[in-house]
Design a protein around this ligand. Structure first.
Ligand code: FPP
Length: 244
């Protein structure tokens, strides 16, 4: 494997990597373990990619941790995942603060249990002065809902006369999205061999390179992250124009 490290970052180095972490259940099933164990192991892989991004100097990482559709899973699994988020945030908070990671959340956080909400807010506040890596965690997130909610906020601003419909542009609409403060992802990774976006960052993914890896999420390592980045480098990014 040819390794592209921080020192030889090309001009088009990915600034923002987004990941659909898939395959926790299958990882557990292959080992005759409960799905819950797969999620626990998945949390370890989350640590790996955060460290990997810090080492490589990637400034933005977004993780799809829980989708708006995931609420339909069995209650036991949903509760376990909520407990796991709480455990992870509690355990990692000091290390994230020290590692220069700024944490943010996108999604319908108000649907989460009170204790997870409280801890999420604490994580955001305590890391708000950091800037080495912005880690955005999508929790109870759905891309279509985000777009609709943005349109509602925009409609309110038009109704109150704050903005004029005639002045609307893609750029100004982006200011209503939850991701308004971060760049669009250069690449979106999905693990476990599935090849779908599953309602993740629908607006923001317009020009993202989509990278599908067969590895199940709990097995994901920094080497797999490096492979994905190498794949990104191997693609020719033209934004619809002719390459020069
Ligand atoms: C998809 O695998 C994974 C999830 C729905 C949950 C992702 C959560 C974690 C990785 C836990 C820790 C996260 C953080 C941010 C601490 P799946 O259950 O759909 O797997 P399957 O498709 O094999 O059934």
């Amino acid at each position: 494997m040819e390794v592209v490290g921080k020192k030889d970052l090309l001009p088009e180095a990915p600034k923002h990597i987004a990941i659909i972490m898939d395959g926790n259940g299958r990882w557990a099933g292959k080992r005759a373990m409960s799905r819950l164990k797969g999620h626990e192991q998945g949390a370890k892989a989350v640590r790996e990619v955060i460290k990997g991004c810090r080492e490589l100097g990637i400034p933005y990482l977004t993780l799809f941790a829980f989708s708006s559709e995931n609420w339909r899973r069995p209650k036991e699994e949903v509760n376990h995942l909520m407990g796991l988020f709480k455990f992870f945030f509690n355990k990692e908070i000091n290390e994230l603060v020290d590692a220069g990671v700024k944490v943010d959340f996108i999604g319908n956080i108000s649907k989460l249990p009170d204790d997870v909400q409280k801890l999420s807010k604490e994580l955001v506040e305590r890391t708000s002065h950091n800037s080495a890596l912005t880690l955005t965690i999508a929790l109870s997130y759905g891309g279509r809902a985000e777009i609709v909610e943005s349109a509602v906020r925009l409609a309110e601003d038009i109704a109150s006369g704050k903005v004029s419909a005639a002045d609307l542009s893609e750029g100004s609409f982006e200011g209503y999205l939850e991701t308004k403060d971060i760049p669009d992802p250069d690449m979106i990774i999905r693990t476990s061999g599935e090849k779908r976006l599953s309602n993740f960052l629908l607006w923001q993914s317009a020009y993202s390179e989509l990278i599908f890896q067969d590895v199940l999420w709990p097995d994901y390592t920094r080497n797999d992250l490096q492979d994905a980045i190498n794949e990104f480098y191997s693609r020719n990014r033209r934004y619809g124009a002719v390459s020069g």
